[in-house]
Design a protein around this ligand. Structure first.
Ligand SMILES: CC(C)(COP(=O)(O)OP(=O)(O)OC[C@H]1O[C@@H](n2cnc3c(N)ncnc32)[C@H](O)[C@@H]1OP(=O)(O)O)[C@@H](O)C(=O)NCCC(=O)NCCS
Length: 295
């Protein structure tokens, strides 16, 4: 499916789409009045580069809101793909909630969103009356005679698990972690020549818990586990200037909570007290046989 950000499309094309399908560029709902053509979004294009699906969204402080969603060709997964795209962006920004407002008459949308994990969290009775004051072209009834009256707010939790301690945000199972950002941290601790593609693949194989100060990755612990017999900490890293601030301890505690198995690990020389303070005890003798890392 050819999905592109709306920012790469001709503005005129987007304007025409909204005017044709929504009557104007303006969307009036209880959460605000939006100029749809100015919002971030994604479009699905057909072979002739025509828009056959479009989603727009906005980020509020803690929540992402879908403002419009249109699919012109049903049952091809266009709507689902567009929603997935926005959910991924929200997850990358560690936004844990996504919401959408539809109206009581839109039975298709209500079923579509609920099947994709969205739950009705609020019914704003007669909210459309208010919207109609600034957008009088909103019809009063649908073609099949349902009065267009109430707004229905649906919301979905994106499963981004976060813990905030002071100004450090810890993200469990951080799927947004990119190889590029991770390697900035690794190089900040253990300078080396690392392959970004292989790092990307490696990150997919571990459960990654990250520590962020604003948008800067300052620490990370990775757990490698088979889920039943064995689990280990691939590595725990905290940027030198953030060490001795209890970030490592917090990461290890979260790793312990998240791990389904016991954890066995090797401590770098000098780091034994760090693990011992966290109740790790000396176990079986460890052995190693080293191979050069792939380039
Ligand atoms: C090891 C590492 C992850 C610790 O992270 P950190 O954020 O500095 O650790 P914390 O601040 O949470 O320390 C928790 C406790 O361990 C102690 N501690 C941490 N590192 C220690 C060390 N090298 N020696 C003695 N005690 C240490 C702290 O003083 C603190 O004690 P407290 O609870 O009594 O105050 C960090 O030093 C690091 O990234 N090092 C480089 C990479 C590395 O060696 N990783 C380990 C691979 S095995």
């Amino acid at each position: 499916m050819n999905i592109v950000p709306t920012s790469v499309l001709d503005k005129e094309k987007i304007d025409c789409f909204f005017i044709k399908h929504w009557g104007s560029l303006e969307m009036v709902i209880s959460s605000g009045t939006f100029q749809c053509n100015e919002l971030d979004g994604f479009a699905v294009l057909n072979e002739s580069e025509q828009i056959i699906g479009l989603i727009t969204y906005i980020f509020h402080a803690e929540i992402c809101e879908i403002i419009s969603l249109d699919s012109l060709v049903e049952k091809y997964g266009i709507g689902s793909s567009l929603i997935d795209k926005v959910e991924q962006i929200a997850q990358k920004r560690s936004i844990s909630q996504i919401k959408v407002i539809t109206t009581n008459d839109n039975l298709h949308a209500l079923s579509f969103y609920q099947k994709r994990g969205y739950q009705i969290v609020e019914v704003l009775v007669n909210a459309v009356e208010q919207a109609r004051k600034s957008k009088p072209e909103i019809p009063f009834t649908t073609e099949n005679g349902i009065p267009i009256r109430d707004e229905i707010v649906l919301q979905k939790s994106l499963g981004v698990d976060q813990v905030l301690k002071g100004d450090i945000k810890y993200v469990m199972n951080d799927n947004s972690l990119t190889a590029e950002v991770f390697l900035l941290l690794v190089n900040g601790v253990w300078q080396g020549d690392y392959n970004e593609t292989l790092t990307h693949i490696a990150l997919q194989k571990t459960m990654n818990i990250t520590a962020w100060q604003n948008d800067r990755l300052v620490g990370c612990v990775r757990i490698l586990t088979d889920g039943y017999f064995f689990g280990t900490i691939s590595e725990i890293l905290v940027l030198p200037e953030f060490q001795k601030m209890r970030i490592g301890k917090q990461l290890m505690e979260l790793a312990w909570e998240a791990s389904p198995t016991s954890l066995f690990l090797g401590a770098q020389p000098g780091k034994e007290p760090f693990f011992e303070k966290l109740d790790y005890t000396k176990g079986i003798q460890s052995y190693q046989k080293k191979k050069e890392r792939r380039k």
